[in-house]
Ligand binder design. Sequence first.
Ligand SMILES: Nc1ncnc2c1ncn2[C@@H]1O[C@H](COP(=O)(O)OP(=O)(O)O)[C@@H](O)[C@H]1O
Ligand SMILES: O=P(O)(O)OC[C@H](O)CO
Length: 496
Amino acid sequence: MSKKYILSIDQGTTSSRAILFDYKGQVKGVSQKEFSQIFPKPSWVEHDAEEIWETVQYVLKDVLEKNDVDSNQIASIGITNQRETTVVWDKTTGKPVYNAIVWQSRQTVDICNELKTAGHSDLFRRKTGLLVDAYFSGTKVKWILDHVEGAREKANAGDLLFGTIDTWLVWKLSKGKKHITDYTNASRTLMFNIYDLKWDQELLDCLTVPSSMLPEVRSSSEYYTDVDASILGTSVPIAGIAGDQQAALFGQACFEKGMAKNTYGTGCFMLMNTGEKAIPSEHGLLTTIAWGLDGKVEYALEGSVFVAGSAIQWLRDGLKMIESSADSEELANSVESTDGVYVVPAFVGLGTPYWDSDARGAVFGLTRGTTDAHFARATLESLAYQTKDVLTAMEKDAGFHLTKLGVDGGASANNFLMQFQSDILSVPVERPKVLETTALGAAYLAGLAVGFWESKKEIKENQSIDQTYQPQINDSESSVLYNGWVKAVASTRTFR
Ligand SMILES: Nc1ncnc2c1ncn2[C@@H]1O[C@H](COP(=O)(O)OP(=O)(O)O)[C@@H](O)[C@H]1O
Ligand SMILES: O=P(O)(O)OC[C@H](O)CO
């Protein structure tokens, strides 16, 4: 039977997806399953790693069954994942010793403060391109070893393994045969030197993490192992791995230096390809690995916003203002403006460019006339304002202006948001036809490794644009609106 498809696993913060892509990069079928968000304390976010694995198995089988595709028709599997989220499990039993600590979780703020007080900030920044922040995996591993009874002893004896979600899934899919990750995921851990391309003993010592827990680091596109035949009926090669934001950069075909994309998912992540040169940021951005491919590594600058689509979920689930996230568009469009209302969704602090762990959400400008529509509109607008904060920092670091912004991710389906984004940035916003660029990027990486696609040039030809949003307000109107946001953020940060 001929190999017609590449199968992508997109393990995101709120759901797991399996997507079948054909040679043209078109979606042949999708299966998606949400899983539980666990909030043990305010600003802590955890997942059950076993539940994640169950949802991944479910969507893999479901997408094949629903679309009448046999696993024999799959040329290879690509994995892309929510990054930084940390799983520690027992090597022998395969059982996690604690919930997965999610990238958004703030439970390691105290550990970060200790590292900063001990004077380690520069060391981490210099070697990893990141910042000492609870966002990244390193302090999460340390937290688990410090807080789970017996964990440190077991880790020291070599009995525990660490992995980001990609590592956990490959371990499960290969029935414990492979403990690996790729450069992009390793570059988000605070333990990996992005210049030497090795786990860094000095950083591990600061974090008190034994090196025996760490996975082998591989490129983002190569044959790693097979999915065990018992899972899908035949053994299918796994041949692509990348963190979801890097995969989206690849899926948007941002192969050249200076090309950037912004993904609106649970959080919002803007990445710019900087080629074979890593650019250290002076404006609060992260320097990170874009991918390891064809025997070399390329780098990116990244701005990370912690709360974006999850603010819309909060309107839906917390405030019960809307029934579905998509309803936010109609509600926002039912009013002409927010009437001066600003929502700063700093539920878990603020990421780029503020890196303020202690900030918490705030609402400004309420009047007796404020309605749910103003509130929903202001919440959607906050995604665009946060993106403007990031783009401003990125342009300063890169030293040039972007001429257009490629977008993707769940919330990029929102036309109100995309138009407002273009208005606030004063640049065109381009949305591709295939919004699943994260999964597509992982598919491309997996397909290149097995010859399904021959080259990046072939991939580029698959790209097509759904809609371009042009700025509809002038620069001074846009500045007035943005200045209100700048004041709102400043006030949020002084409230403690
Ligand atoms: N039409 C929409 N308008 C606004 N937000 C949306 C819309 N559709 C989805 N979202 C938001 O996008 C997020 C889901 O996007 P997705 O890319 O699947 O995220 P993730 O990969 O982080 O799980 C959710 O937080 C949801 O609230
Ligand atoms: O699950 P997403 O798409 O919001 O992505 C999460 C990021 O990878 C966190 O760094």
